[in-house]
Ligand binder design. Structure first.
Ligand SMILES: Nc1ncnc2c1ncn2[C@@H]1O[C@H](COP(=O)(O)OP(=O)(O)O)[C@@H](O)[C@H]1O
Ligand SMILES: [Mg+2]
Length: 319
């Protein structure tokens, strides 16, 4: 989508302190090492995504960064602060997405916001926040009466009430329908446009690809990759795929012989051709035409972050 390129270019790592610095972070639960020597930096002003399947260690990592969990070893700095030692200072400068379980269900939206505002030395007027989040008419509604998407927007408002420099979202869009999820992405992009750093976790690869400036891919407590979604996808060896349908038996010898074609797979009527090069698509189409093959629904498929995960870990994200 390309938004945010301006922010990332303005942020100069030489001048700006990193928003988050994690060095060899380790967190164990008994015999299980949930976070295993994880190191990364988050730049000021970016949307940084920690992505990976359930159980990868994302929540444990974000909780160590927020200061809610004490690491077993390694170092964490958030805007230069130590989340354990400087927790009161940090609490003023970060926004955290709370879970609905943390609030009484009968509390009204305006009561929750006033309550949260009272926790901080500085807080913004939350009424404009409610307008921006399309919640103005829900100001007096009890939390329990709101839809899933509305509740999530209340939690965004609560996370912004102290005008934080960095905001943390753990699986912000879980449980939302695709439309609410997309509007949540816009809200998160808006938060970055206001100059804040956003640190989020997600197990939705598409969300990470659309929303994040950079992603760290986590699996079994370890980082397996860290870069912009575009660079991660570009790093894949398997360049492009052409997919089409055939009726009945199809001899793929001519396709396999084409320069640039690396693989041809057939599943039922569906044929997938993998390859690389600028003329890949036209040479596949040309070969089918000249061979007199009856094909339909010919289209190209771009690799995505799911493919990156598959290549790096040898397994599918969702199973
Ligand atoms: N409080 C806990 N006690 C014991 N094990 C835990 C606890 N919290 C998480 N785990 C385990 O640690 C691993 C990482 O969990 P988590 O950080 O929640 O991953 P994610 O957020 O990526 O799903 C999982 O195997 C999970 O079962
Ligand atoms: Mg989690």
């Amino acid at each position: 989508m390309g938004y945010g390129s301006i922010m990332t270019e303005v942020a100069n790592p030489e001048l700006e302190p990193h928003a988050v610095q994690c060095e060899r972070l380790v967190k164990r639960y008994g015999a299980l090492t949930a976070v295993d020597e994880v190191s990364f930096d988050v730049r000021a002003g970016e949307i940084f995504g920690l992505v990976g399947p359930n159980g990868a260690g994302k929540t444990t990592t974000i909780e160590c960064i927020e200061g809610f969990r004490k690491p077993d070893s390694g170092s964490v700095r958030v805007m230069g602060l130590d989340p354990q030692h400087d927790r009161y200072e940090l609490r003023e400068r970060m926004g955290v997405q709370f879970q609905s379980a943390a609030l009484p269900p009968r509390i009204r939206v305006e009561e929750a916001l006033s309550l949260f505002a009272s926790f901080y030395r500085t807080s913004v007027d939350w009424r404009p926040l409610l307008v921006q989040l399309a919640l103005a008419d829900k100001q007096r509604a009890p939390l329990a009466t709101l839809s899933g998407g509305q509740k999530q927007r209340v939690f965004i408002a609560l996370a912004l009430v102290n005008d934080p420099d960095i905001v943390f979202f753990d699986e912000l869009t879980s449980g939302l329908d695709p439309q609410s999820r997309r509007s949540m992405w816009e809200l998160v992009a808006d938060i970055r446009e206001r100059g804040k750093t956003v640190f989020l976790t997600t197990h939705f690869m598409e969300e990470a690809e659309r929303l994040c400036d950079r992603v760290a891919i986590m699996d079994h407590g370890r980082l397996v990759a860290l870069d912009s979604p575009r660079a991660l996808i570009a790093s894949l060896e398997a360049g492009r795929r052409v997919v089409f349908q055939v009726d009945g038996a199809f001899d793929d010898a001519a396709l396999r012989a084409l320069p640039g074609v690396t693989a041809v797979e057939q599943t039922g009527e569906r044929v997938t051709v993998s390859g690389e090069g600028d003329r890949f698509l036209s040479s596949v189409a040309g070969s089918l035409e000249s061979g007199g093959v009856a094909f339909r629904d010919l289209r190209t498929e771009q690799p995505n972050l799911e493919d990156v995960f598959l290549v790096l870990t040898g397994k599918k994200m969702r199973e």
